[in-house]
Design a protein around this ligand. Structure first.
Ligand SMILES: [Zn+2]
Ligand SMILES: [Zn+2]
Length: 178
């Protein structure tokens, strides 16, 4: 179980407040101490100029160093930077599975002025809970309604719930996730 769960904004362009996400996650990770770390901007080495995107796995390495120095057991980075892994055009996020760190990006969650705030929030929370599930060791779930279902497109994200299916939840029963 997480002891201290850190949250940090990566880069300056926030589409969403870390404080709001902290509140949303606190309600789901009962008894876990959530702390907001200062914004983290030393991410130049994860940038790929040929793609104009950030390599999410390289970001995870940087976040692991930050988690170590900030002395948190787990760390979720939230960014509006565009993330990718080789072989995919983009990713909504990535996590060590199981592991200490994860990152999510709002870039592909359609954070336009036309997107309703409630919808954007719903998508961000789903991606955050999904990557948190990976940190706890959960793999992708075949249930389309489960938060651990893989989202390739935004439609997949919108189809799933922001919670674990009963099977995933029973894998997590040692953790108090509400
Ligand atoms: Zn996943
Ligand atoms: Zn599931």
């Amino acid at each position: 179980m997480f002891e201290t769960f850190g949250l940090t904004q990566i880069g300056s362009n926030a589409d969403y407040s870390i404080d709001d996400l902290k509140k949303q996650l606190s309600g789901r990770l009962q008894g876990v101490q959530m702390m907001e770390l200062p914004p983290f901007n030393q991410v130049a080495e994860a940038y790929d100029p040929t793609r104009d995107q950030y390599h999410s796995t390289r970001l995870l390495v940087l976040l692991e160093e930050l988690a170590q120095s900030a002395n948190v057991t787990n760390l979720l980075g939230v960014t509006s930077l565009d993330l990718y892994v080789p072989g995919m055009n983009y990713v909504f996020g990535e996590a060590r599975c199981p592991g200490r760190v994860a990152v999510i990006s709002t870039c592909r969650l359609n954070p336009t002025p036309q997107t309703q705030h409630a919808l954007l929030e719903e998508r961000i929370v789903k991606e955050a809970v999904h990557e948190t599930g990976h940190m706890l060791g959960l793999r992708h779930c075949s249930d389309e309604a489960c938060v651990m279902h893989f989202s390739e497109h935004l439609a997949d994200t919108d189809k799933k719930h922001d919670d674990f299916c009963s099977e995933c939840r029973s894998s997590l029963r040692w953790l108090e996730v509400e």
